[in-house]
Design a protein around this ligand. Structure first.
Ligand SMILES: C[S@@+](CC[C@H](N)C(=O)[O-])C[C@H]1O[C@@H](n2cnc3c(N)ncnc32)[C@H](O)[C@@H]1O
Length: 416
């Protein structure tokens, strides 16, 4: 199979990190690897498409672009979809589904547009073989994507199946779990270099179901993100089981012992249980050290300073334990979680870190753009990220011993 134009969608703000990752996995450079809005375009082989599915931690999917044409109406979409050689990719024994997204499309009904594309695909099969493939909207064998802009229609066939954030190991979830792809993006943004012989110890003191810790552990072990799941390409015609098995075996042979210790803790013992079970399923139970405990009390897990990475509780109940026993936000009506002695949780956290975590970096993901002001810490980096539809910042704090800055009255988000 010739080189394929791939599109790998990702969360806004992650495009640059994804391009670096695609380069790392495939070696692609220059015009073969372009950063777009909401994703990365790559000219790659079928084997590389499978490898990207297996190893990418940041992409949401790996799509093959099969057509890009101007359009004005549904009739044009029908023509465009009729012209694609779908029979190269799947057969009438496969079920399929058409999904559609649009930006500023003049069409009034996207559902109707998707229906026209579905008809074009089915009609083409009937003309070629006398049979129409069935549609299955819930568990299709094959997913087709249409993306419409003002005047351009792009058709893709998906090679991933279930979205790539579903790694296959997280069956136990907390109340506000991070998507695995966002956890991986936070790690990429932090620049944590797990390959270095002197990789920094990694610690998430509010680890919940363990997403950050487990992603970090798999990265440190050079474990492929998708080694425990199936992919859409396994149902497509170009799929060759022996090539895929060889790729998986090669990835497994490249796994290694991590260079840095990886720790997680959470005030909720139920969450720690979840994290332990998830780590077990993810194959990193021996690599991570998980504990119960209050982030306001836990001391550094290593003598050597390392890196903390966390998405602390925000706008949700912090479960009561130790000095961080709290009142639910609903009870206090306050914007910031309160500890039982009336101090603000984040202020106490900052004070604990300054006192005990000197020399550490702390990377905190939050939708609260004023968090540094609340913590009376000055951030040294600020990376925009999206947690689904919620705009967030990943703040970096370089922790040094000392007193907290006095509160700035009416302080707003500092400028870049
Ligand atoms: C937003 S969730 C983190 C989700 C996690 N990243 C995941 O993917 O599952 C925040 C976590 O902080 C924990 N937490 C709340 N207060 C805490 C405290 N004082 N010390 C440690 N953990 C705390 C909660 O139990 C919850 O699991």
């Amino acid at each position: 199979m010739n080189q394929l134009p791939l599109f790998l969608p990702c969360a806004a703000g992650v495009e640059g990190f994804l391009a670096d990752e695609v380069h790392h996995i495939t070696g692609l450079v220059g015009h073969d690897l372009l950063v777009g809005r909401g994703g990365v375009m790559a000219m790659a082989s079928w084997r590389q498409a499978m490898e990207l599915n297996l190893r990418s931690r940041l992409a949401q999917r790996v799509l093959v672009q099969l057509s890009q044409t101007p359009y004005r109406n549904e009739r044009d979409l029908y023509e465009a979809a009729s012209a694609v050689a779908w029979e190269v990719w799947f057969t009438t024994k496969n079920t399929f589904k058409v999904d559609i997204t649009a930006q500023h499309s003049p069409l009034t009904s996207l559902n109707f547009a998707a229906l026209k594309v579905k008809d074009a695909v089915a009609d083409r099969f009937r003309q070629k073989t006398g049979v129409r493939p069935d549609v299955n909207t819930q568990w299709p064998d094959v997913r087709l994507y249409v993306h419409l802009t003002t005047d351009i229609a792009t058709l893709y066939i998906d090679t991933s199946g279930e979205p790539l954030f579903k790694r296959g190991w997280r069956t136990d979830k907390g109340d506000a779990p991070l998507k695995e792809t966002l956890a991986a993006a936070m790690i990429a943004a932090s620049g944590w270099n797990a390959d270095a012989a002197t990789a920094l110890p990694f610690y998430d003191p509010c680890c919940g179901s363990g997403t950050l810790v487990i992603e970090a552990a798999q990265i440190a072990c050079n474990m492929a993100a998708g080694s425990q799941r199936h992919f859409g390409f396994e149902k497509l015609l170009p799929y060759q089981a022996h090539v895929w098995q060889a790729l998986k075996a090669q990835a497994q042979a490249a796994e290694r012992v991590p260079n840095a210790p990886i720790f997680g803790s959470d005030v909720s013992h139920r969450m720690v249980d979840f994290a332990e079970r998830n780590a077990e399923r993810a194959g990193v139970a021996q690599v991570v050290q998980l504990r119960g405990g209050d982030a306001l009390q836990r001391m550094p897990p290593t003598a050597t300073p390392g890196m903390m990475l966390l998405n602390p509780p925000y706008g949700e109940r912090i479960e009561a334990a130790g000095v961080a026993g709290v009142q639910a936000l609903a009870q206090t009506g306050r914007e910031t979680p309160q500890t039982e002695d009336g101090g603000e949780f984040f202020l106490q956290l900052a004070s604990h870190w300054k006192k005990n975590f000197s020399g550490w970096q702390a990377w905190v993901l939050t939708p609260d753009l004023k968090l540094p002001g609340r913590m009376r810490l000055k951030e040294s980096r600020r990376v925009p990220m999206w947690n689904g539809p919620i705009e967030c910042r990943l703040f970096k704090f370089d922790l040094v011993a000392g007193r907290l800055k006095p509160r700035q009255p009416g302080a707003s988000e500092p400028s870049a």
